[in-house]
Write a protein that binds this ligand. Structure first.
Ligand code: CAA
Length: 273
């Protein structure tokens, strides 16, 4: 889908989203707002496929992606209407009616996951601005982002197991990476709610601020992120994201390889490449 147009405002609205792209001297900032406040920003399959579409179609100038929520919550997770009997649009319901379609459901979930996976791309930094509830898919969307700023009223909950399901929107990997497997087990299998202060202690939040300071704190972070040269930021993000999967020696080699590329870029900029 690369090179295609962004979803229209109508398509985004039908998916419960709004998008604003601001171009600046240091690069672009895309702000994605979950915008179904009357449903606490419950998300449907259209939300996730629209998120994937945005990820594929973002202008190359965009360096920072901010995701926030309108109204009382960041997101109450999956729209429970997706499970409602008679909802013919829902791949989940189609499967429950015809469990032979395992491959179709697997493909549908893979498509939903695309809406989350792109947020880890090295060429962007993604920031979740979380207030109120972030439940299930909402918590996983926050986990899909590189950085999380929470307001002091934020409540995080991995609700899926309580519904007889597993978290399947790419949230289990970052959760385990951040809090460790044992705490992740405890959070997921009790489905208890984690408040903002505990989230900070567990490193699920980089920063917790009063509710009325959330937007300002996000703006300050975006300004600071934009001050770092883009290519260096992308190479550093790639290096850091790869670190947990490498030995020290492998990581040292990866640092050298990335640095040689950085110096090569300097040489090219000086006309010596
Ligand atoms: N789906 C659909 N509608 C939702 C919703 C959701 N996830 N969350 C809230 N709403 C609706 C409510 O039904 C209510 O609608 P009406 O005004 O028509 O009655 C409206 O939003 C306002 O909600 P409440 O009156 O319940 O507001 P509250 O402040 O008392 O509670 C809440 C807010 C804690 C978010 C509560 O609504 C809630 O627990 N919602 C359900 C959360 C949930 O179980 N989400 C699914 C998690 S699992 C997942 O996301 C991933 C997966 O794959 C299964």
């Amino acid at each position: 889908m690369a090179g295609t147009a962004l979803p229209t405002d109508d398509e985004l609205a039908a998916a419960g989203l709004r998008l604003a792209v601001e171009e600046g001297a240091s690069g672009g900032v895309a702000r994605i707002t979950l915008a179904r406040p009357e449903r606490h920003n419950a998300m449907t399959d259209r939300t996730w496929t629209a998120l994937a579409h945005v990820g594929h179609a973002l202008p190359a100038s965009v360096r920072i992606v901010v995701i926030d929520g309108e109204g009382p919550s960041f997101s109450s997770g999956i729209d429970t209407a997706m499970f409602a009997p008679g909802n013919e649009d829902s791949a989940l319901n189609r499967f429950i009616r015809d469990p032979a379609g395992r491959a179709e459901l697997d493909a549908a979930i893979a498509g939903y996951q695309e809406g989350f996976l792109w947020l880890r791309r090295p060429d962007i930094v993604s920031v979740a601005a979380v207030h109120g509830h972030a439940i299930g898919a909402g918590f996983q969307l926050a986990l899909a982002c590189d950085l999380r700023i929470l307001s002091d009223d934020a409540d995080l909950c991995m609700k899926e197991p309580a519904l007889g399901l597993v978290p399947d929107l790419t949230g289990t990997k970052p959760l385990v990476d951040i809090v460790g497997v044992h705490r992740a087990l405890e959070l997921c299998l009790t489905t208890r709610t984690v408040g903002a202060e505990e989230a900070r202690e567990l490193r699920l939040a980089e920063l917790v601020v009063p509710r009325d300071q959330l937007a300002g704190a996000v703006d300050d972070l975006v300004t600071a992120l934009l001050e770092t040269p883009r290519d260096a930021a992308a190479a550093t993000k790639e290096l850091l994201l790869g670190a947990p999967g490498r030995t020290l020696a492998e990581q040292a080699a990866a640092e050298r390889a990335a640095q040689v590329e950085r110096f090569a870029a300097w040489a090219a900029a000086a006309g010596r490449g």
